[in-house]
Design a protein around this ligand. Structure first.
Ligand SMILES: Nc1ncnc2c1ncn2[C@@H]1O[C@H](COP(=O)(O)OP(=O)(O)OP(=O)(O)O)[C@@H](O)[C@H]1O
Ligand SMILES: [Mg+2]
Length: 213
């Protein structure tokens, strides 16, 4: 839930492992909501502002193989702290529908289940980073790791530092997302990422409209 004193906008997050279809679905939702005349702001994590995008470059650069998990966690948190206050909260205050590619669920999945940092520590760090802001709903695109890897290979996408990690890492992250989503109640909607793009877009749009009404 968003904070009670939160402004009038709505905050939705698209999440899941690399190649699950986040960007594709965020774009569908953006186009449909914009066509209906809604004010839509799209953004991503890590990133969304000049400072946070600079931190993103540091986090994802394949060069820094020596980066320790705690450094990675705090860089993500630093980027989020700036992103929330500089971009997301002002957009919500202006009444926008904010669509964000990844947010707090990714921290628990990647740094918790992937990197084995305690969930308690992650909760503390996330609370500082978000200032208590939570998405109204996070759409989790659940996908088999092998299918996601095949999609990435088909795109011939150059791997960043995290994507260069092995299948075991991504299997833990994917399983972490499932566990977290099941604990997330109505704040997380799990979608089968192997459905067609159009079917997924209908599911996402239906939920957004339900929550906007
Ligand atoms: N439902 C789908 N069925 C089949 N292919 C899909 C589907 N959704 C997306 N794809 C394809 O899978 C690839 C990855 O999709 P996309 O870039 O949206 O994923 P992503 O989650 O944003 O990945 P990344 O984390 O790397 O940014 C693209 O080639 C896209 O066209
Ligand atoms: Mg993407």
């Amino acid at each position: 839930m968003q904070k009670e004193e939160n402004p009038p906008g709505f905050f939705f997050v698209f999440d899941g492992i690399d190649g699950c279809g986040k960007s594709t679905q965020l774009d569908y939702a953006k186009r449909r909501l914009t066509a209906e005349g809604r004010k839509v702001v799209t953004t991503r994590e890590p990133g969304g502002t000049v400072i946070a995008e600079t931190i993103r470059t540091l986090i994802l650069s394949p060069e820094y193989v020596e980066m320790v998990p705690e450094c990675e966690l705090l860089l993500y948190a630093a980027a989020r702290a700036q992103h929330v206050r500089e971009k997301i909260l002002p957009a919500l205050a202006a009444g926008a529908v904010v669509l964000c590619d990844r947010f707090d669920l990714a921290t628990y999945a990647y740094q918790g289940f992937g990197r084995h940092i305690s969930l308690d520590l992650l909760r503390t760090v996330n609370t500082a980073a978000t200032g208590g802001l939570s998405p109204r709903c996070t759409f989790l695109f659940d996908i088999d790791v092998d299918v996601a890897f095949d999609r990435m290979a088909a795109m011939k996408k150059k791997h960043d530092r995290l994507e260069s990690d092995n299948r075991d890492f991504f299997s833990r992250v994917a399983e972490g997302y499932r566990v977290l989503a099941q604990q997330g109640g109505d704040r997380v909607m799990i979608l089968d990422a192997e459905l067609s793009k159009e079917e997924l877009a209908e599911g996402v749009y239906g939920k957004i409209v339900e929550l906007l009404e």
